[in-house]
Design a protein around this ligand. Structure first.
Ligand code: BTN
Length: 237
């Protein structure tokens, strides 16, 4: 990746849509759209991503080799970039990674990552809760402001893109192994509840495999590999 080319807009429906359109039109890797607010921000699994002014919303156009087979691995690349960025602002708060690509500050979701595919392009959409967070979300949430930090969105984006470039370049030069190792170092470990399309399973975190699937150790000791699902932490007392 040579350098980022950033288009900043006041409002848009979804920065992922803007980057998708650019990808279709043949735009090169490194194009980024950032918006002060989104009118139809999207989350994973067709959910709404509330996008009021004050938070960071951006999408980056990537054109990695071996698409679409490797697409899912880039959610770990993006999560590490967000983790480093948020950690730089919240040095005293534990920042953990919850499979597949949530970044938690003190156990609460502070960011969302939505990867979408367009032909051989990958759109990495990232939202970071800077000033606000939703109080009725699927997962307990927080923001940098709620954790006591006033962050400047321009600086935040600059740091985020720097870390995305770092982890993206490592993925190109060394493959998934160092990404997996770094992700595991910061993973949210312990008890997890996983909501699958047809059932809900309880277990404990046993790692991720070479394909990025979650390894869940079930109560009887057996292990299960999970490729899609919503993961919840036990409620805090
Ligand atoms: C999730 O956790 O469900 C993923 C949320 C992803 C939100 C970001 S904000 C920038 C980009 N544009 C969107 O419409 N969604 C992503």
């Amino acid at each position: 990746m040579s350098c980022w080319r950033i288009r900043s807009v006041d409002a848009t429906a979804s920065t992922n849509d803007d980057v998708r359109e650019a990808a279709r039109a043949g735009e090169a890797e490194g194009f980024v759209v950032t918006a002060k607010q989104q009118l139809s921000g999207r989350g994973r699994q067709g959910r709404v991503w509330e996008s009021p002014p004050g938070n960071l919303y951006c999408s980056a156009l990537l054109r990695p080799p071996n698409m679409p087979q490797v697409a899912g691995l880039y959610s770990f690349v993006a999560a590490l970039a967000v983790r480093d960025t948020v950690h730089g602002f919240l040095l005293k708060t534990p920042i953990t990674l919850k499979w597949p690509n949530d970044v938690l500050a003190g156990g609460k979701k502070i960011s969302g990552i939505l990867l979408e595919i367009e032909g051989d392009a990958l759109i990495a959409g990232i939202g970071i809760n800077v000033a606000q967070y939703p109080d009725n979300a699927l997962y307990p949430a927080t923001s940098l402001a709620a954790e006591g930090i006033q962050a400047d969105a321009v600086l935040l984006l600059d740091r985020l893109l720097g870390r995305l470039q770092y982890w993206y370049d490592r993925m190109q030069s060394e493959g998934f192994a160092p990404i997996r190792a770094a992700w595991l170092e910061h993973a949210q470990k312990g008890a997890l509840t996983v909501r699958l399309p047809q059932e809900t399973v309880q277990g404990s975190f046993a790692g991720i495999d070479e394909q990025g699937r979650l390894r869940l150790q079930l109560e009887g000791g057996a292990e299960r590999s999970i490729s899609t699902g919503d993961v919840f932490l036990p409620p805090k007392d």
